[in-house]
Design a protein around this ligand. Sequence first.
Ligand code: FAD
Length: 474
Amino acid sequence: MSVSLLWFRQDLRLEDNSALAAALARGRPVLPVYIWSPDDDGRWARGGASRWWLHHALESLRRQLAARGLPLILRSGPAARTLLHLAREAGADVIYCNRRFEPVGRDQETLLEGRAVSSSIKVSFHHSTLLFEPETVMSQAGTPFKVFTPFYRNLQARGFPEEVKVAWPSLPPLPKVPDSEALADWKLLPAIAWDQGFYDFWHPDDPWGRLTEFGVAGMKAYSEHRDLPAEDGTSRLAPFLHFGQIGPRQIVSFARRLGAESSGAPFLRQIVWREFGAHLLFHFPHTDTEPLSEKFKNFPWKRDETLLKAWREGKTGYPIVDAGMRQLWQTGWMHNRVRMIVGSLLVKHLLQPWQAGADWFWDTLVDADLANNSLGWQWIGGCGADAAPYFRIFNPVSQGEKFDPDGSYVRRYVPELAKLPSSLIHRPWEADLFTLRQTGIVLGETYPAPIVGLTEGRDRALKAWADLKALGVD
Ligand code: FAD
């Protein structure tokens, strides 16, 4: 009897999974598989934090499948070749999968489809990672959107889709179960234990625990709390969404079920920002490394490894920036407001290319996502779609004072400043000698002096911007 091969990708869940629903509905034995293919990913092979998450997500998927009496076969190698090989070995004649919309995912699909034809194997594509497939969302002029608000309105007018129901019929058993590689052999977990803090911050096998903890109350209070990094005011669902352990349709259905679709609208709007990121990368696939705005190709960045190292290590001398960079290192995540502040200091005051920031985030975020990361960094760099103009420069001191007024966030991640009074916590260089001595701070020794003067950095950034305009490329 022919078998249905089910290829899990960024859809690691058993509910609201269109490819799974279709494979089960066919009524033949189903063989689930995950392919580890870092070579396919090339420049965007998963970073360390993302690999950590993937390990736990796969463990969890394996357990859920086992409870349904199904194995999860793990294989490594180029996806198209490895899948077709496995399909022949298992006697499968159809491969079911959900589409991925980044360039790497699309390349895999094209290759698989091309090769499958000559093997007489059918590939059945579905979609579950977004609310809408990006090619179905176009402006009235028939072009992709580059501005968020009309994109958002377009999606709202269509109505957000409900989750897809997965029915589990009783299926005939697999004629044979092919060998699986061992997850531990993929060495996704770090050899040096830098991940201790991750376990305190995350339960990567429990997306629903996180969603219900955030819940309707979190959605309703979102606007009020979302910008305060010391609070648990955002959902922290991003890694679950990236790996597809929960899908955007499920979040919409959850909000609807609990009557929070309109009161939770500001939160659901962020889910649409995620769609917007995917839409942009789909239609402008070069924007993972190049600016969407052509004029920025000539921007006079001044790459400097010493500055980059200080920024990565959270040693810039700007407390809110250092707190954010250390939160990222300790937990694999950084609050969105702080992502914007650390990014602004990097690309504006320090004149470092946004791509260098994006690379570091790629390696250290558990929610590293090519579309959202490219969108976020180009937004900060002023060179993306609907971006903050380059000349609008965040002041890390006033941002800190506004969004972390009593310094709780800084105290948590920069303990060497913890004893400073709130009036000085975001500007320790203004403390008098007595206060510094009392609080055990020696600037330049226990905590760095500012890496760049705020006025100096701002003037330099504005000059670079003016030079770019003088080139006549505005
Ligand atoms: P919530 O505030 O609870 O939002 C809910 C969900 O909406 C998020 O989980 C996410 O899927 C989506 N979302 C929220 N804000 C955005 C946004 N601005 N753009 C796109 N989607 C959004 N997000 C990633 O998922 N991966 C990244 O690699 C990533 N890199 C970023 C880099 C920079 C420089 C910036 C400024 C933002 C980046 N973001 C990225 C967007 C945003 O910071 C995170 O999605 C958010 O902080 C995740 O936390 P949360 O799940 O609590 O979000």
